[in-house]
Design a protein around this ligand. Sequence first.
Ligand SMILES: [Zn+2]
Length: 152
Amino acid sequence: MKPDSIIVTCKACNTKNRIPAERMGDKPVCAKCRAPLDTKNTADAKPVEISDATFEKDVLSSKTPVIVDCWAPWCGPCRMLAPVLDEIASQYKGKVKIAKLNVDENTATASKYKTMSIPTLLFFKGGALADRMVGVQPKKEIESRILKMLQG
Ligand SMILES: [Zn+2]
């Protein structure tokens, strides 16, 4: 499966439809029976847990842009940001990957990217750091940075 398209199984006839990520919001219909496809509850698009060991593979080598959420279990603001990132993970499924990095357990990556305070969001595109946001941010602001990254 290409990262820029998603397979959606038609609930009416079981045909598998390949939907480009950018069409997911356009109420796609089944190619065979024209039934509307449910694009909400398909393949999970939850944030993925990453670590120092998987950073290279999960972030730097990712074909899709990645937002790394640098967090820690004791951090209250990080918990406030978590549901927003869950929503973004579903909404931008196939376009942007959300990765969660526990900075207490993965100090090498945290210090390499100078995450002085958490939560910090690191935006990676093509293996390079493209942007960063520090602190709890409104969803709208995060989305505008995502769009900037996708266009840039
Ligand atoms: Zn169908």
